[in-house]
Design a binder for this molecule. Structure first.
Ligand code: SF4
Ligand code: SF4
Length: 474
């Protein structure tokens, strides 16, 4: 399989594979928003006592995906804006099983296959699933044309697949079997690194004999693990139906929900970046206090926290008090508060750049100590073509940027901005520091809105035409 573009960013702060367990917190601060979800439908009242696994809220616009209570505790709704706070958190018994009557009722309504999908949703495993092309939550009752399962996470510094699967390969293979039971004949593609390593060989041995799993080995270059790119490479056309995508942690959650009927209320996330004293993975539950993580891991007095990886993560403000329901990792960078003295005159022995313009290009590969410093200001595009070289989608970000600068939305649409997978490499390599990724994402949203308006207008006109024909015939 041949890929285009891509680039590996070497930075200090890569998390170790080890998983640390954080101490039990006194309180949990569950954000009501995460990257894809808004849990606006509350299922609990202020002061109510809940058990681990109980539903606290649901997202009505995303198939009612639930926000579960990771622990038993007392609900506080008014204490912190945008959060459900669980106080008096005690490590009590999780809800072990779903109520029998509930399951019988669902079986009558949806059939035996429906129960599995219901459990995935109700026990918090469904939120680990993505539509490969859009990244949105797929319809749990839908039938995909294929499932892509990835053991690879290439963006620095989100949680690594080998850390997620460490000592849990049996659960992983059981989860794959559970996934397969949701399908009729559709394939499952298992994405693996194309290298010989202890981890890769262990996974290969575990799935030997699973004829319904097709191996897909990819080079470890960012962002070849992107689900939209993989779906395109596999020839899975968007028009032929949805493609479900799930990472190692989602397969483990599937196993937990379907084999054990237990709620999925724990996540393994990475804590990486140059602002961390010992980059690692940690086992936490959603709502885990950000302050406790900061106190334990952040080595810098001033640091910027990013929810997710360094290229696609979102800045975390002080208002976010706990780990959100979709968090895959925290990237922590030292905040550069003063200008570097004579920064412009430095030959760059310790800096790396796609342009090979620093003295460090004589050093060979090394991990750069990355900070939030811009090192200069934004400039106009110099047509260096770097963004096009690295773009895995095969589009021309610089050209689209120029169209957008002149408000030529139609031309941006014709230049296939829709193919952008939002990997952020173009922004990273741009020597003019243009935030191409954001510009392209905004343009995609705008174009989609305009197309939707045109569709609605056409529907209205069609309705009006039908109505007038009916009126004339009466
Ligand atoms: S244009 Fe999109 S897909 Fe291409 S490099 Fe930029 S963010 Fe990635
Ligand atoms: S990388 Fe930046 S400066 Fe170079 S062509 Fe792309 S937009 Fe222009």
């Amino acid at each position: 399989m041949r890929f285009r573009g891509g680039y590996n960013i070497l930075l200090e702060g890569k998390p170790e594979r080890q998983i640390a367990v954080m101490p039990e917190p006194d309180a949990l601060y569950l954000p009501l928003r995460s990257r894809r979800f808004v849990f606006s439908e509350l299922y609990v009242k202020d002061g109510e006592r809940v058990n681990g696994g109980d539903i606290l809220a649901k997202d009505p616009d995303n198939y009612a995906v639930p926000l579960l209570a990771p622990r038993a505790g007392r609900v506080q709704l008014k204490e912190k804006e945008g959060h459900i706070v669980l106080e008096e958190v005690a490590k009590l018994q999780e809800r072990a099983d779903m109520a029998e009557e509930e399951l019988e009722h669902i079986e009558r309504e949806m059939g035996a296959g429906g129960i599995k999908r219901y459990k995935l949703l109700a026990l918090g495993a469904w939120q680990f699933f993505y539509d490969a092309y859009t990244g949105a939550l797929p319809d749990p009752l839908g039938t995909p044309q294929a499932i892509i399962v990835s053991t690879v996470s290439l963006e620095p510094f989100v949680a690594r697949g080998d850390a997620q699967l460490h000592k849990r390969l049996l659960n992983f293979t059981r989860g794959l079997e559970q996934l397969q039971s949701l399908l009729e004949y559709q394939p499952i593609y298992l994405v693996m690194p194309d290298i010989e390593s202890e981890f890769a060989n262990l996974v290969r041995n575990h799935i030997r004999g699973y004829a319904w799993v097709k191996m897909l080995e990819i080079p470890l270059t960012y962002p070849y693990d992107d689900f939209a790119i993989l779906a395109r490479k596999l020839g899975l056309k968007r028009s032929d139906g949805s493609v479900w995508a799930v990472r190692a942690e989602g397969v483990l959650a599937t196993d937990r929900a379907l084999t054990l009927t237990k709620p999925c209320t724990v996540r393994i996330i990475s804590i990486g970046g140059t602002g961390v004293n010992s980059p690692t993975h940690v086992k936490v539950m959603p709502g885990y206090p950000m302050k406790d993580i900061r106190d334990k891991y952040v080595s810098e007095p001033a640091a910027r926290l990013i929810n997710g990886g360094i290229l696609t993560g979102e800045l975390l403000g002080a208002e976010t008090l706990g780990v959100d329901a979709e968090c895959r990792g925290l990237t922590i960078l030292p905040e550069l508060q003063e200008r570097e003295l004579f920064g412009f005159a430095r030959p760059g022995w310790d800096r790396s750049c796609y342009a090979v313009c620093f003295l460090s290009s004589l050093r060979g590969k090394f991990r750069e100590r990355f900070t939030t410093a811009m090192r200069g200001e934004g400039r106009p595009c110099i047509s260096c073509n770097f963004c096009e070289e690295v773009c895995p989608a095969g589009i021309m970000p610089h050209l689209i940027h120029k169209y957008l600068y002149r408000d030529l939305i139609e031309e941006a649409d014709e230049a296939r901005v829709d193919l952008c997978v939002e990997c952020g490499l173009c922004s990273y390599v741009c020597p003019s520091k243009i935030d191409l990724r954001k510009q392209l994402i905004d343009a995609k949203v705008l174009i989609e809105q305009e197309k939707e308006e045109i569709r609605q207008e056409q529907l209205r006109q069609e309705e009006a035409r039908k109505q007038s024909v009916e009126e004339k015939s009466e």
